[in-house]
Design a protein around this ligand. Structure first.
Ligand code: PLP
Ligand code: LYS
Length: 420
């Protein structure tokens, strides 16, 4: 069954009509299908069954608490990258001992909060971070569980803006330097060396770069063991891609099958940090056509969503499929058009030069595969309130984040008399 399919001529998310949601909540609105997210999570668990493993959802992809809570209830943990994410993960019911903390720029207060919470592991990304973490842990009378995020220098063959495992990227510790840093970390009094980690990039559609990275990490683990270090965890990060257009990313089962032979020989607990894969295809951005506009050069469909709601096309030139909510939109007539928002930027587009039904004011569109890095990367640019978020489960649905109001736009701002 298609996740989003037409019933009686109307696009549905699971058992719920998108027209019904748009009428009740307005647009633009993100709609997430919970069963699809759960099914993806379960696919990872099944693929790695029999191996000691923990799926730490990379919550940067979609940090709605209802989404986080859904994975936590299935035994999932979280990969966090900030103190804000730590707070949200804990509030959504993710146990601290299932949280790993990545990122090149962890601030002192963030390290302190995560230490006090008792997270599973800090994926440390620089020599200086080791020193700072050791000092903070010492001051608090705590021991910090660490892995070093190494940069295995493999080509993830993905968009240049989302590759992270190349030597020239800012992420992780150089593979050649990591060995010495491990020996140094093992001597620091307030650190406990727990594991090794990496994350090579996002939206990968091949397994080979993951296998490459795993083999390099496995080699490092063996060398460290010979030095007497007792490692318990190997964290391979996230990065498995989804289908936006014609891509054929590996399934969790195919991914697991290729990694298993190396993992089984290592005897370590496996941590994975999938983000996009768990939520991306399960979400759409629901938007309404506001104007249809034709210039001498082009046709434009101006909708009520814009780059502040979904920045991926503007930022990465990324492709999102678009489907009319009414199956018979355009009554068979088609034309090639750009779907754009109302923001004052030429780069404000959702879809470019796409063959579409002829769309009219009031028509509803679903921008597909928008569950990951959609709302999470949204902003209030042009003073536009952020969209609502809705979670669907079977025939049920609920608003899991209300649309921002005009008042929300000015919250926290202060004007003193001398300013005006
Ligand atoms: C450290 C880390 N882990 C996990 C992820 C999740 O990546 P993805 O959404 O591609 O699975 C990212 C983002 O690329 C990341 O930086
Ligand atoms: N935000 C990106 C991917 C970056 C992943 C985070 N490290 C996207 O929309 O595809």
């Amino acid at each position: 069954m298609d996740l989003f399919e037409y019933r009686d001529g109307v696009l549905h998310a699971e058992g719920v009509s998108l027209t019904e949601i748009a009428q009740a909540v307005g647009t633009p609105t993100y709609v997430y299908a919970q069963s699809a997210m759960r099914a993806e999570f379960a696919a990872f668990q099944e693929a790695f069954a029999g191996l000691d493993h923990l799926i730490c959802y990379a919550m940067k992809a979609n940090s709605n608490k209802a989404v986080l809570g859904s994975f936590a209830a299935m035994g999932g943990g979280a990969d966090i990258v900030s103190g804000g994410e730590l707070a949200r993960a804990l509030a959504a019911g993710v146990p601290a001992e299932r949280i790993v903390y990545s990122g090149v720029g962890k601030l002192d207060w963030e390290l302190e909060a995560a230490l006090k919470a008792g997270i599973l592991m800090f994926n440390v990304e620089s020599a200086q971070e080791l020193t700072v973490l050791d000092q903070i842990a010492g001051r608090l009378g705590l021991k910090a569980p660490v892995s070093l995020r190494v940069n295995p220098d493999v080509d993830a063959k993905t968009h240049p803006k989302i590759t992270t495992g190349l030597a020239k990227n800012k992420f992780g510790l150089d593979m050649g330097l990591a060995f010495a840093q491990y020996l140094h970390a093992a001597r620091l009094p307030n650190l406990v060396v727990k594991g090794v980690s990496c994350h090579i990039g996002s939206q990968l559609t091949e397994v080979a770069p993951f296998v490459d990275a795993l083999e390099r990490l496995a080699d490092l683990v063996q060398r460290l063991r010979r030095e007497g270090l007792r490692l318990e965890i190997i964290d391979l990060g996230g990065g498995i891609g989804i289908r936006y257009n014609q891509e054929t990313p590996p399934t969790p089962r195919e991914y697991a099958a290729r990694l298993r032979p190396v993992l089984e020989g290592l005897g370590l607990k496996l941590v994975l940090e999938p983000g996009r894969r768990l939520v991306g295809e399960a979400g759409v951005l629901l938007t309404r056509v506001h104007y249809a506009k034709t210039t001498p050069a082009k046709h434009f469909v101006v909708v009520d969503a814009a780059m502040n709601d979904l920045i991926r096309p503007a930022f990465y030139d990324s492709f999102h499929a678009v489907r009319p909510v009414a199956q018979n939109a355009g009554n068979g007539q088609r034309l090639v058009a750009d779907v754009v928002g109302g923001i004052c930027e030429t780069g404000d587009f959702l879809v470019r030069e796409r063959d579409l039904p002829v769309l009219r004011r009031g028509d509803l569109l679903a921008i597909m595969s928008a569950g990951a890095y959609g709302f999470a990367m949204s902003s209030q640019y042009n003073s536009r309130p952020r969209a609502a978020e809705v979670l669907v489960c079977g025939q049920e649905w609920a608003v899991v984040r209300r649309r921002e109001s005009i008042e929300d736009l000015s919250r926290g701002e202060e004007l003193a008399p001398w300013m005006i």
